[in-house]
Design a protein around this ligand. Structure first.
Ligand SMILES: Cc1cc2nc3c(=O)[nH]c(=O)nc-3n(C[C@H](O)[C@H](O)[C@H](O)COP(=O)(O)OP(=O)(O)OC[C@H]3O[C@@H](n4cnc5c(N)ncnc54)[C@H](O)[C@@H]3O)c2cc1C
Length: 120
């Protein structure tokens, strides 16, 4: 059982944004990206409504940049999806499946965590 201070569920724009804020607050977040790293924007081409990109940017490029920014600031990004969450008492208990690199012998890795940012 691993204890994580801040676990963010989802590696889309919301998850990466939360990771950027949590990293800057020195909370050392761990992001689980689930089955779609980068989220929905990976399925589209040009994003024209995101400020700061005068000529637009591809969805994949935009989420890659968000991810890189989160990592640069200290977020740890992991592969895996949350399959169970018990938020009834602290520390919260979560079960994560599908990590590429196993953490211990248990195929369903269990975590305790003090805070959790749910996916939007
Ligand atoms: C084709 C298309 C074109 C679009 N074009 C635009 C556009 O031009 N401009 C614009 O502003 N918006 C656009 N959008 C909308 C935009 O993609 C979404 O608003 C945005 O992706 C939402 O971000 P999110 O992080 O909340 O969720 P998502 O992008 O849906 O990300 C969800 C994340 O959560 C993860 N996840 C889910 N369940 C679990 C679990 N159990 N455990 C761990 N992780 C989990 C997923 O793997 C994923 O990484 C478009 C969407 C689509 C589909």
């Amino acid at each position: 059982m691993e204890r994580i201070k801040c676990l963010i569920v989802g590696g889309g724009p919301a998850g990466y944004t939360a990771a950027i804020y949590a990293s800057r607050a020195d909370i050392s977040p761990v992001v689980y990206e689930g089955v779609q790293p980068g989220g929905q924007l990976t399925t589209t081409t040009d994003i024209e409504n995101y400020p700061g990109f005068e000529n637009g940017i591809s969805g994949q490029q935009l989420v890659d940049t968000m991810r890189a920014q989160a990592v640069r600031l200290g977020a740890e990004i992991r592969t895996g999806a949350i399959t169970k969450a018990d938020l009834s008492e602290r520390p919260f208990k979560l079960v994560i499946d599908g990590e590429k690199e196993g953490r211990g012998r248990d195929p369903h890795h269990r975590y305790w965590c003090d805070s959790k940012v749910p996916r939007t």
